[in-house]
Write a protein that binds this ligand. Sequence first.
Ligand SMILES: Cc1ncc(C[n+]2csc(CCOP(=O)(O)OP(=O)(O)O)c2C)c(N)n1
Ligand SMILES: [Mg+2]
Length: 316
Amino acid sequence: MTSEQLAWMIRRHDVEMTHISGGSHIGAVMSVADIMAVLYTDVLRFRPEQPKWDGRDRFVLSKGHTGASLYICLAERGFFPVEELKTYYQNDSRLSGHVSHKVPGVDVSTGSLGHGVGVAVGMAIAGKQDRKDHRVFAVLGDGECNEGSVWEAAQAAANFALDNLVVIVDHNHMQSLDYCERTLNSGALAEKWRAFGWNVIELNGHDHDALCSALKKNDSGKPTAVIAHTVKGHGVSFMEMDILWHYRFPHTGWEYDQAVTELHRCKPEGVEDPYTPNGIAHPAMPGAKDEADLRSNHTVGETFRPTWFKLQEVAE
Ligand SMILES: Cc1ncc(C[n+]2csc(CCOP(=O)(O)OP(=O)(O)O)c2C)c(N)n1
Ligand SMILES: [Mg+2]
C-alpha cells in the first residue's frame, strides 16, 4: 500500500466511523491523515504479527483525540481486522475515541493533551541507555503546544541530545473552538522549537515526498521538530478551515453524501472503498435547513482568515 492510498483510506474510513458513531474530531483526522499515512507506510519500523517486537520504532499520538487515524493505520497495516473499525466509539469496543494502549500496535494511551512529548523523551532516553537503534516519533497539535509540559520535555530532549526523537507538530492553526492565534497565541512555532535547541524542519504537511525525506534520517545530533503546515478538514471542501468540524460528525443526507462524493473524485488507483465501492449514485442536495443548521453552529467569524497561512509558500 502506498502512502497516498493509505491517506485516502484514513479519510474514507474516518467519514464512515464518525458517521456511524456520531463521534467527533473528523477535521483533526483529515488534517493529520497524510502525516500518519507516510509514517505507517514509509517511515516506521514495525511487525504487525508481533506488535511488541523490541526493534520497533516507538510512536506516540499525543493529539490523542485523533485516535481514529491511528486505528485505521494499524488495521490497514494488519495489526487487527479492518472490519473492527466499525466498532469505533461504541460501547464495549476497544477502539475508544481517544487512543487506547489496549489496541495492538499502540504503546501509549493518550487524549489528555500535553503529555506525549514527555513520554516520548523517556522512551528516547531509554533507547539510548539500552544502546538500541530504534527511533521515537510523537505527533502533537499546535493548540497542544499551549501546554507548558510540552516545553519542559522539549528542553530535556535538547539537553540529552536525543537525536533518536522526532516530534511532528500538526500546525493547522486551529484548536477545538477557535483559531490558535485567537485562543492563546504560541507565536512562531519553528522559531520556538529552534530556540529550545532542536533541529527544525518546516514543510507542507500534506506533501508526502517532503514528509518522507524529513522523517527518514537525522544527522544533526539534535532532536528533530517537523513543523507541518496543514489544513484542518483537508480533503472535504466544506470541512476545510471550518471549526465546526472539530466536533460535528457527517450527518445522514448531504453532509455524508457530499463528503463521500468528494473523496471518490480523488480516489487513487488500486484503492477499494469498503463501504460505497461505486460512490453514491444520487447524492442528497443540501437543503435550506442544512445550511441554517450549519450556520447556527459556527463559532468562528467568516471574515477571519489568517494572512500568514500560506501553504504554497511553505511548499516552495
Ligand atoms: C489537557 C487537555 N485539555 C483539553 C482537552 C480538550 N481538547 C480536545 S481536542 C482539543 C483541541 C486541540 O487542538 P490542537 O492541539 O491544535 O489539535 P487539532 O484538533 O487542531 O489537531 C482540546 C482543547 C484535552 N483533550 N486535553
Ligand atoms: Mg490544531
